[in-house]
Design a protein around this ligand. Structure first.
Ligand SMILES: C[S@@+](CC[C@H](N)C(=O)[O-])C[C@H]1O[C@@H](n2cnc3c(N)ncnc32)[C@H](O)[C@@H]1O
Length: 269
């Protein structure tokens, strides 16, 4: 830790460009971010005042979805694009609901790997895999995933605020389909995805900012986002803007909910 309580950084970490994982950490009030991330975030926030609120809305949806899945009997999770450890990690929530629940976090940002120990602590039921979700076979075949996840049993597959980092040119549909195909009937798919609903000026600002980051962003229309669920059965209320997805599970009202993120949960028949 340095004098401001931050963890030391790995030599693999690129501090010359903002990174989605570190910017998101800053939006949520975390400490694992650098000046380049904060400058990009603050520049964007001048054009999009609700920026940090949208991150909270996404994070709270993730928590509600995990609680819902645990209550539906899911005991193992693959968290794709898991991000940095912060409040409300999937493993914390899952284990509150279901002691012994197992969680594999997957992320390709070296800062997530570098800080993996903080995520793990002494939690033997959680692991972190440094991999790119655009390589599903590598993720699904990873020894750490195989150690904790039994693909013959239902699993909760989470793509929360990550698919918008995979442009159409890199086959996001094929990526999601690979995970849908690999898991057992009774599994659930949770998706949260940035939309274009905030209007063209805000979308352009966000797109331009991430074009200068380590990953670019492709926001999508709700109808396009629904396609990622394939033919799985949508859990009520279907795919919606996130503040409207089961707020009663853990009410955290924001003054005026935004429509930046869209998604839902679906079950494999
Ligand atoms: C906005 S954060 C979301 C974190 C968490 N899922 C949540 O919603 O609270 C997106 C994360 O996806 C990761 N990511 C982006 N593209 C990825 C890829 N191709 N493979 C693995 N992780 C990726 C980023 O490094 C970042 O940590």
């Amino acid at each position: 830790m340095d004098t401001r309580g931050r963890r030391p950084h790995s030599p693999l970490i690129d501090m010359s460009k903002p990174s989605p994982a570190r910017m998101y950490d800053y939006y949520l009030g975390g400490k694992d971010n650098y000046a380049v991330d904060r400058a990009a975030a603050e520049d964007m926030r001048r054009a999009i005042p609700e920026l940090f609120q949208t991150a909270r809305e996404n994070r709270h949806f993730l928590g509600r979805a995990v609680r819902h899945l645990c209550r539906a009997g899911i005991r193992q999770f693959i968290d794709l694009g898991a991000g940095l450890p912060t409040q409300g990690n999937v493993n914390e929530i899952a284990q509150q609901e279901t002691p012994g629940a197992r969680v594999v976090c997957v992320d390709n940002d070296p800062i997530v790997q570098a800080h993996g120990e903080a995520l793990l602590g002494d939690d033997e039921h959680t692991t972190i895999v440094a991999a790119d979700i655009r390589e599903p076979a590598e993720v699904l075949g990873h020894p750490e995933l195989k150690r904790l996840i039994d693909l013959n049993e239902p699993v909760g597959v989470l793509f929360v605020a990550v698919l918008h980092f995979i442009p159409d040119t890199q086959d996001p549909d094929g990526v999601v389909a690979s995970f849908r195909d690999a898991v057992a009937p009774g599994s659930y798919l949770t998706i949260a995805h940035g939309t274009t609903a905030a209007g063209s000026a805000a979308v352009k600002k966000m797109t331009d900012t991430y074009d200068r980051a380590t990953e670019s962003v492709q926001l999508r229309e709700p109808e396009r986002i629904k396609e990622f669920f394939g033919d799985w059965e949508m859990v009520e209320p279907g795919a919606v803007h996130l503040p409207w997805w089961h707020p009663e599970i853990d009410p955290r009202p924001e003054p005026e909910p935004t429509r930046w993120h869209f998604g839902g949960v679906a079950r494999k028949p």
